[in-house]
Design a protein around this ligand. Structure first.
Ligand code: SF4
Length: 312
């Protein structure tokens, strides 16, 4: 595995390190807020609440830390993305092993809270069994993503992958435990405004991925990030995009005024939980799913088609 310096300019590396990203090759791991909260305060993320994965055993990582085809206005990541993924890249085995090793380093300070956390939970945290392949960048740009998912699965991980759906060919090949497509715009005009695509034909590609979704044989979810004043309207158009994809779950979640998005948006763009819920209900009036859960702490509402069990 080549060092991060081989792939990234020094200023980007310095910026990512300041944000506590643990870099390895073109990949990175970072402790999720909820992994830390689970260990220090016994609080957990909405995906533990909804689906039963465990926040303290979750490894948040990306195989493409700095590469994406969009530059979304609400993104909290600290950089403008690079477009061209490197031609040479690490193997799935190197990435899985690198990510687990980095997670252990990131967790090392928690040894001092051993008594408070308890030996069993601490050991479990050091042996993650859930990976969230999201963090930063677009994972489908890594050419061996299906093999990476398999490599984690071989080690008994559940796998969540979050994609922007712009690389339909790769997206259609993925079979993680739960596959997410992230949409934020009900139509092309708003898509261009808030996703700032860096490639041509992005709206068409996104729609091709939506149409491909019903045939993908795994649990599927669509996430809508609700940004007040920007996309909390056009509910019928959102519902017709969702109908194309027929996902098992829809997570409608508030934009959070955190990280570098604060340079582009205002605190008023962060909707209240009640506003997210109202928006979710309006979309669902056109969709006919069931409201299956909500988390006020994360300002998220879960819609379910009823076709799959919530718990994994
Ligand atoms: S599933 Fe997502 S939110 Fe939950 S602990 Fe993992 S990375 Fe954090």
């Amino acid at each position: 595995m080549k060092p991060a310096e081989h792939y990234l300019p020094t200023e980007i590396i310095a910026m990512l390190k300041r944000q506590h990203y643990a870099l390895f090759g073109h990949s990175a791991a970072k402790l999720c807020h909820w992994t830390k909260a689970s260990l220090s305060k016994n609080q957990f993320c909405y995906k533990q609440q909804f689906y039963g994965i465990e926040s303290h055993r979750c490894l948040q990582m990306t195989p493409a830390v700095a590469w994406c085809q969009q530059n979304c206005i609400f993104c909290w990541r600290p950089l403008s993305p690079l477009k061209e993924f490197p031609n040479e890249f690490d193997s799935p085995k190197e990435i899985v092993e690198g990510s687990i090793a980095k997670q252990r380093v990131l967790l090392s300070g928690y040894g001092s809270l051993r008594e408070q956390i308890g030996e069993k939970k601490l050991q479990e945290a050091f042996n993650p069994n859930q990976v969230a392949i999201s963090l930063s960048g677009e994972p489908t740009l890594y050419p061996k993503l299906p093999e990476l998912i398999k490599e984690y699965r071989k080690r008994n991980f559940t796998t969540f992958v979050v994609s922007n759906g712009l690389n339909t060919e790769m997206f259609s090949k993925l079979k993680p435990t739960q596959l997410y497509l992230s949409i934020e715009a009900p139509n092309e005009k708003i898509h261009k405004k808030i996703n700032s695509p860096l490639i041509k034909g992005s709206w068409k590609s996104l729609n091709q991925s939506l149409v491909a979704m019903p045939k993908i044989k795994t649990r599927k979810a669509i996430r809508i990030t609700a940004v007040k004043g920007l996309n909390m309207s056009n509910e019928k158009e959102f519902a017709s995009l969702l109908e194309k994809a027929s996902p098992d779950f829809v997570e409608i979640k508030a934009y959070m005024f955190v990280g570098y998005s604060r340079k582009r948006l205002k605190e008023e763009n962060m909707p209240l939980h009640s506003e997210v819920k109202g928006f979710a209900e309006k979309i669902n009036n056109h969709l006919g799913y069931t409201i299956a859960g909500e988390s006020k702490a994360s300002r998220v509402v879960l819609l379910s088609s009823g076709k799959k069990n919530l718990r994994i």
